[in-house]
Ligand binder design. Structure first.
Ligand SMILES: [Zn+2]
Length: 102
């Protein structure tokens, strides 16, 4: 899988669309020949993730979000089920009824 690049011209605001590296570099060179014939080609290349890489990144972010929600739900359940600090557990005394009839 090759990443796509977007090239920017150093002498104007021209930017190539997202293209494979070789095609983007050739398109920037063509731009220099057409618009800046007396200058040496210069600029910068911006690495742009392909759609598959972007989808993979979204899936990882969604997985991290689901794990975070599960952890948060587990913590909320634990807090609700544990006794509150300072709360006293009341013990009920139970006495076995005495059977005096016998
Ligand atoms: Zn230019």
């Amino acid at each position: 899988m090759s990443a796509a690049c977007r090239y920017s011209c150093a002498d104007c605001r021209y930017r190539t669309p997202r293209l494979p590296r070789e095609r983007g570099a050739r398109q920037l060179a063509d731009h220099y020949c057409e618009k800046h014939a007396d200058a040496l080609p210069a600029g910068r290349a911006e690495l742009v993730p392909t759609d598959l890489q972007a989808i993979r990144g979204c899936l990882l972010a969604a997985l991290a979000l689901v794990l975070f929600l599960l952890l948060a739900a587990s913590c909320v359940h634990h807090i609700q089920s544990s006794p509150r600090p300072g709360a006293h557990v009341q013990e009920e005394s139970w006495k076995q009824p005495t059977n005096t009839a016998c």
